[in-house]
Design a protein around this ligand. Structure first.
Ligand code: ATP
Ligand code: MG
Length: 579
């Protein structure tokens, strides 16, 4: 045998030295587990009354009374809670319980600060595993180096000190999930923060799971109606799609997401709003808005506000996604909003820099792309074989001075299936929602649009593009020929038609009728400021006098030439009477 190999030493602590019989049992146990080359040393210790404690490297076997109590407690915690009598179950569990020789791996805290701890002695801890610190503080392994582990802490790090012990749990981070969370506001660990009491969870899901595979998916073909005219008509979103909402600060990004959630009322779609790094007051506002418009009872809000530690902000979207997956796996449709991923990236950057990772472009760590791709890839439409559920994701990104070519925006644009680009200039002009028609796109949603909507939309995008070009050219021209002026007025009318107040989602028939009417140039000659009244009156007239048309569009999603012509004729008659 090579004399350079140091023998593995096992340390045994107890108050009294083990007798010969016990010694033989220890030897046999160690040789079975660690091979022949192991020696055992005994040290007297008062710390473990009524038993032994054996340490081999970072494995610790606690055969003291305290250790056995802990084992028994862990077993009892696993007893399922049923509605029936729990006493016989408990009795049975206790009767059948025998203490096991189970290794607990325990390490030591080397440094701690800013919500980050470095730990040594945990040789087998895995990435993403939850570690248990003193006083029940929990942390997650984020960085594995040659001789130590970097770990982010989820709770206050005050009780964690240098030299204190850390235990492996063998579990990856997870959140409680279930129907009980609907209507509630919870933090990134699934703990309610709305003061409405505990939530009865139906299960526990890991926050990070692999995205559904290609075989498990089916193409996006069912619309997810947002009720926002400019989006449903030009940039339709399908169930299972990922559509980015991008724009500067205060351009109505959150407003679009909230309106889309409100529009899911009665549409059998569960909504999850994940607030990352926002002011608590903003989150409360969203909650109250949803409640006021009757959307809270099919919604969950997951919040990690600006004052929460960076690790919580980092895991919040994954936690929200795990909650969404619970419903998707049950065959339900879910809409999830991440508001916003720029703040998420900033939280991750803070955390990575504290973990001593090398900074890359804009000081973000190298894996910041993977951070968002593994999150957004989990949005999917599952195949019918496994239930046909879906997660539609609306990530939000904030740009600086409209710069979509910055690092995080380009990353997320390339991961999503399209983007709704909101522009400050439009917003201040009063064109709200401030959707920039030229830069926005939806790459898969067209397949999900109803036939009626597709037919009605017709040339809208092209007409608007022509209008924008002409607007630029004619800006300084004093006298225009009739045809140009007519075209300009037509474009202005269309732009005005696309304006929409907050919390006023438009139904399918409303959108289809308005589009058919407007694209037939019915509004010719109506002053721009009267467009709102004209359309309002038109829809009211259709809903009272031509209900059959409205219902036909809503229920069948079809629009044949005959029906289209009928709408044009009725609108023309209405136009004649309007003054
Ligand atoms: P932040 O960058 O602060 O998160 P944001 O881009 O999410 O802002 P919102 O908070 O949604 O923007 O909207 C900014 C303001 O504009 C709010 O006061 C909101 O009420 C208003 N607003 C948004 N959309 C509309 C709309 N369609 N009509 C009228 N007002 C609107
Ligand atoms: Mg916002």
């Amino acid at each position: 045998m090579d004399s350079n190999v140091t023998k593995l030493t096992a340390m045994l602590y107890s108050k009294v030295r083990p007798d010969e019989k016990q010694q033989a049992r220890f030897d046999k146990f160690l040789k079975n587990k660690y091979g022949e080359d192991i020696v055992m040393e005994w040290t007297e210790s008062d710390a473990f009354p009524g038993g032994f404690r054996l340490e081999v490297g970072s494995d610790i076997y606690d055969w003291s009374v305290g250790g056995r109590f802990r084992q028994l407690r862990d077993t009892l915690v696993k007893v399922p809670t049923t509605n029936g009598n729990i006493i016989p179950l408990l009795r049975e569990t206790i009767n059948s319980w025998t203490p096991e020789a189970m290794a607990e791996q325990v390490g030591e805290v080397k440094t701690v600060g800013d919500g980050i701890a470095t730990v040594s002695g945990l040789d087998f801890a895995t990435y993403g595993e939850i570690l248990l610190f003193a006083d029940g503080v929990r942390g997650m392994v984020q960085d594995i180096r040659a001789d130590e582990i970097g770990c982010v802490l989820f709770n206050d790090d005050e009780s964690v000190t240098e030299g204190s012990s850390v235990k492996r749990t063998g579990k990856t981070a997870g959140v409680p999930v279930g129907e009980g969370f609907l209507g509630r506001v919870v933090d990134a660990l699934g703990v309610p923060v709305d003061g409405l009491g505990e939530v009865q969870a139906s299960g526990y899901m890991p926050i990070e799971t692999p995205a559904p595979s290609i075989i498990d998916r089916q193409p996006v073909d069912t619309p997810l109606e947002t009720g926002i005219f400019s989006i449903d008509s030009m940039f339709p979103i399908g169930r299972g799609q990922r559509e980015l909402i991008i724009g500067d600060r205060q351009t109505g990004k959150t407003a679009i997401a909230v309106d889309a959630m409100i529009n899911q009322n009665g549409k059998n779609c569960i909504c999850i709003y994940v607030a990352i790094g926002q002011k608590t007051s903003t989150v409360v506002q969203v909650q109250q808005t949803l409640k006021k418009h009757g959307a809270m009872d099919h919604s969950i809000i997951v919040t990690a506000s600006a004052s929460d530690p960076a690790p919580l902000q980092y895991i919040a979207p994954y936690a929200g996604c795990a909650m969404a997956e619970y419903f998707m796996n049950k065959g339900k449709d879910v809409l999830i909003v991440y508001d916003d991923l720029s703040k998420h990236a900033v939280a991750y950057r803070a955390l990575s820099l504290l973990l001593d990772r090398s900074p890359g472009r804009e000081a973000y760590p190298g894996d910041v792309f993977y951070l968002h791709s593994r999150l957004l890839e989990r949005a999917a439409r599952l195949s019918d074989k496994i239930g046909g559920g879906s997660i539609t994701a609306l990530p939000i990104v904030e740009t600086q001075a409209g710069d979509v070519s910055a690092y995080i925006p380009t990353n997320i644009i390339s991961i999503t299936d399209g983007q709704i680009f909101l522009e400050s200039d439009l917003f201040f002009e009063g064109q709200r929602p401030a959707v920039n028609v030229g830069l926005s796109v939806s790459r898969v949603g067209g397949a999900a649009q109803t036939k009626a909507m597709k037919k009605a939309t017709g040339t809208l995008r092209i007409d608007l593009a022509q209008y924008r070009e002409m607007e630029v050219f004619t800006q300084f021209a004093s006298d225009l020929d009739d045809q140009t002026r007519e075209q300009l007025e037509y474009g202005q009318g269309l732009m005005r038609m696309l304006r929409q107040k907050q919390y006023h989602p438009k139904s399918q028939h409303e959108q289809v009728i308005t589009l058919v009417m407007a694209l037939a140039h019915t509004m010719k000659g109506i002053p721009v400021d009267d467009v709102d009244d004209f359309i309002k009156g038109l829809i009211e007239m259709f809903e009272t006098e031509h209900q059959d048309i409205c219902t036909a569009i809503d229920t069948t999603g079809q629009l044949d030439d005959e029906l289209k012509q009928q709408i044009i004729d009725i609108s023309a008659k209405y136009r004649e009477k309007f003054n």
